[in-house]
Design a protein around this ligand. Structure first.
Ligand SMILES: *Cc1c(COP(=O)(O)O)cnc(C)c1O
Length: 472
């Protein structure tokens, strides 16, 4: 399997090179040159064995430059830190299936991909005798999942910037209590945007970037999408094995921010998994809902909601979908991305709008609706939704009233990660899983720095040069 850039400037690179490149060198995103067709019957039989068996079979199709034995080791290692042997348990509540993607070490769905990516990086770096320094900014979930993905791994350091005092208490604890020599939390005296700006400045400092081999773990890395394709198959097979579901169409509802999660569903569908439609759920940052339901893709300001991981306007992974919308024509895509950059909007033709709605449906939840969904769902089922998942359940309820399909809502976070929103909705706090309870007893460690690129740069430099001295 070879990979190319959506913009056409990179072609014929291997899976391992695609993982290490992250963002394509021409500014586009890396995609497989040819999408393999899934052998549904065979994958179904693998899914019956275990989540890991299914993951292995799907990864094999995309990562044919990793020896099978090694790949199997990587897969096994990547799913050992989950608190459910099923990895993705599915519950049935009030006529809706809820697929719990939050059983990894940081209790949000990003663990499913970042545990795998951390192991992949470690394997490839070792093979190539290279070192890598991951640098990222986070407003919460991604930073902690990335830290848990690479802590203790050889040849990797990770520097995560977060706005000092401005991430949720659980998220701060998750990031700063990891005791590992390769993990550095930087609390910047500023906002999340300031953190992002510093990271961007350091990545554009090409001398610094290449000297320290800076790498990113953001959601545009192909390996993250790949890891997420697996659970669409897994969940599909589990639900279709239930006799009562025979013959009904199945739809996935996906709480969406950067379009990474739902894009994996799009790939699963394109590989032949008979998903009827993908339902995209947004909060008040509704640009993708406007795109799908009205063909209106125009950028507005980001507003803060109860579901902060979906407070996004420009979804970094949408470009991959647009590439297929434009029939894999890099030239058209390139033009459209420029249009977006200049005009802050993309214009879709009638035909394109029809094509979008043949795959996607969408629904927006206001802040009030998010809370009332948590409340009503709790009252009728005793099940507590997190505010992101609530946007999905709201969408499922809306469409369920109109047809006879099976709806599966992907639950993207454990409610205990967002206790304040839950408390507002139902007047009580969700029970905390053991992995969150025990964080309170641990010591927090972070370095507080000023909102200043040079200060962060010298901090990183000092750490890495000290490390080199100690190493030899
Ligand atoms: C990251 C995240 C999302 C959004 O997922 P995308 O892949 O960015 O669309 C939704 N919910 C939670 C809890 C998340 O952490």
């Amino acid at each position: 399997m070879k990979y190319k850039s959506t913009r056409g400037g990179v072609q014929g690179i291997s899976f391992k090179d695609a993982v290490m490149m992250g963002l394509a060198e021409d500014g586009g995103l890396l995609v497989p040159e040819n999408l393999p067709a899934a052998d549904i019957g065979y994958l179904h039989s693998c899914a019956c064995k275990s989540y890991e068996s299914l993951a292995f079979e799907i990864f094999k199709l995309f990562a044919d430059d990793i020896e099978e034995e090694t790949l199997w080791e990587i897969v096994k290692e990547s799913y050992t830190n989950f608190d459910s042997g099923e990895i993705v348990p599915v519950v049935h509540k009030d006529g809706i299936y809820v697929a719990e993607l939050f059983h990894g070490p940081t209790y949000a769905f990003k663990d499913i991909a970042l545990q795998f990516l951390g192991n992949l990086f470690e394997h490839i770096l070792k093979e190539r005798s290279e070192k890598m320094n991951i640098l990222g900014a986070t407003s919460g979930d991604t930073g902690s999942a990335a830290i848990y993905g690479v802590k203790g791994k050889d040849n990797i350091n990770i520097f995560i910037l977060h706005p000092s005092g401005k991430v949720s208490p659980v998220q701060e604890l998750q990031m700063t209590t990891v005791k590992s020599e390769n993990v550095f939390n930087i609390a910047v005296k500023g906002s999340f945007d300031d953190c992002q700006a510093i990271v961007k400045n350091l990545f554009s400092d090409l001398e610094f970037k290449s000297k320290y081999n800076l790498g990113a773990v953001n959601s545009i890395n192909w390996a993250r999408i790949l890891a997420q394709i697996v659970y669409y198959f897994y969940i599909y097979f589990r639900i279709c094995d239930e006799k009562s579901n025979g013959g009904k169409n199945l739809r996935f509802v996906v709480p969406t921010g950067n379009f990474g999660n739902i894009l994996a569903g799009f790939y699963a569908r394109r590989m032949g998994l008979p998903i009827d439609k993908l339902v995209l759920a947004t909060n008040e940052n509704n640009i993708l809902h406007r795109m799908i339901s009205y063909g209106d893709y125009s950028v507005k300001d980001v507003v803060q909601t109860y579901s902060p991981s979906m407070d996004i306007q420009l979804s970094s992974n949408l470009e991959r979908y647009l590439y297929y919308l434009y029939e894999e024509d890099s030239e058209t895509l390139d033009k459209k991305m420029k249009e977006l950059n200049d005009e802050k909007r993309i214009h879709f033709t009638e035909e394109e709008i029809n094509k979008i709605s043949s795959v996607f449906l969408s629904q927006e939840s206001s802040n009030e609706e998010t809370l009332s969904t948590i409340r009503n769902f709790y009252n009728s089922t005793q099940y507590i939704l997190d505010p992101h998942t609530a946007c999905g359940v709201k969408a499922a309820e809306n469409f369920m009233a109109k047809d006879n399909c099976i709806y599966v809502c992907l639950a993207t976070a454990h409610p205990a990660k967002f206790p304040d929103a839950v408390y507002k909705a139902i007047g009580k706090y969700p029970e905390r899983p053991e992995g969150i309870c025990k964080l309170n007893d641990l010591e927090k460690q972070s370095y507080v720095l000023n909102n200043n690129t040079d200060e962060v740069k010298y901090f990183i430099k000092n750490i890495l040069e000290e490390g080199d001295k100690n190493a030899g």
